[in-house]
Ligand binder design. Structure first.
Ligand SMILES: *Cc1c(COP(=O)(O)O)cnc(C)c1O
Length: 370
């Protein structure tokens, strides 16, 4: 029905009318404008505080003379670089406008009304949105210790299941699955189910039993592994990610992919970033050291947090997050409340530069003292 505040709602497909949009972190410029200050700190979107490396920046700059030309719609050079990086064939690589785009391609290719996807409570918000956007039904498994409970997920897999989404590690909890349990879970999936393992934080993870599932593609033809250039590579602004899969799965997703979904500077910068191992190492080293400082600071404040292998940590404030978040914003610190993930008392904090983290801890101490 047309309502005064939304005159076109009745025209939208029912599954679209019921969608809640993804809520991104507040942009720095917006908060600075609101507060009339010039130096807010954003620890809300799990970006790399070091930005991207020199090689990626140079590749980006080199594109500036050719902005009148369409990008390579097949992303030939980038797909070849990704394939070489993983020891796979370029036909197994699907590029996306961020890995979010790849997740959407999975949904548009394999989901439709009448079929189901399975994911965990507290899992990345894009899985329910991608599922509902194509009219499929979401089945949500209870989490265990904030992480994916693979037994609970397996119990929801049935005849109508077409996609299982696994975030390893997961955002916003920072939890991860070891090789043994994940492999056993994949082995138990029926053949009509596509398993997506979302490895957006792959490079940050230093847990010894953490698997590189891109090496499992020959064992599991129904597996899609996704990676992104937005996190450790520091290219969030450019929107590039990719999926690795069986070539026939990639070929299907390629049918619905927008022909120029990854722009030319993004393709060039991403290929350069992939070869810049020094920048990845620097970024991971920085994250390890600052994660230790931030978690020690949270413990000093008497706060529990979910142990994280990512570039963010999610703290349990022991009280509703809204007022704390508002008070932090007034002090020029943007974090991410995760009440919309079923965690009403939790605040996700991206690991920033040392002075940014110090500012967060100082502001948090002030706010909690009241
Ligand atoms: C950030 C993130 C992504 C991908 O983001 P893009 O910027 O679209 O590449 C995917 N999955 C998880 C779990 C993430 O946190």
């Amino acid at each position: 029905m047309a309502t005064p505040d939304h005159p076109f709602l009745h025209l939208a497909a029912p599954h679209i009318a019921g969608l809640t949009p993804y809520v991104p972190g507040k942009p720095l410029s917006e908060l600075e404008r609101e507060l009339g200050i010039g130096a807010a700190v954003k620890l809300a979107s799990n970006e790399n505080p070091l930005g991207c490396g020199e090689a990626a920046q140079a590749a980006f700059r080199d594109c500036s003379a050719d902005l009148g030309l369409y990008p390579d719609g097949g992303a030939f050079a980038l797909r070849r670089a990704i394939a070489e990086h993983h020891g796979l064939d370029p036909a197994q690589v699907t590029v996306g406008n961020g890995s979010n785009d790849v997740l959407d391609l999975v949904a548009r290719t394999f989901l439709q009304p009448g079929v189901e996807s399975v994911f965990s409570e507290h899992a990345f918000a894009v899985y329910p949105i991608a599922t509902q956007a194509v009219g499929a039904t979401a089945r949500v498994a209870r989490a265990r210790d904030y992480g994916h409970d693979l037994d609970a997920m397996a119990a929801l897999v049935g005849e109508r299941t077409r996609v299982v989404w696994i975030a390893n590690p997961n955002n916003p909890t920072g939890t991860w699955l070891g090789a043994g349990p994940l492999r056993a879970f994949l082995q138990g999936l029926p053949p009509q189910v596509i398993a997506v393992v979302d490895e957006a934080y792959f490079e940050y993870v230093e847990a010894p039993d953490y698997p590189d599932t891109s090496r499992w593609l020959t064992d599991f033809p129904n597996l899609i592994v996704t990676r992104t250039f937005a996190k450790v590579h520091g290219l969030a602004a450019l929107r590039v990610g990719y999926g690795l899969s069986h070539p026939a799965v990639a070929e299907l997703m390629n049918r619905v992919r927008h022909p120029f979904n990854v722009n030319a500077p993004a393709q060039a910068a991403a290929a350069a970033a992939l070869g810049d191992r020094a920048h990845v190492r620097r970024s991971v080293d920085h994250n390890r050291a600052e994660m230790a400082r931030v978690t020690a600071g949270l413990a000093d404040l008497g706060l529990d947090y979910i142990p994280s292998v990512c570039n963010f940590v999610t703290a349990d404030l022991g009280r509703p997050v809204g007022p704390v978040d508002a008070a932090l914003l007034r002090r020029g610190v943007i974090c991410r409340p995760v009440a919309n993930y079923g965690l009403p008392n939790h605040l996700r904090i991206s690991i920033g530069l040392r002075h940014e983290n110090a500012r967060l801890l100082t502001a948090l101490a002030e706010v909690l003292r009241g």
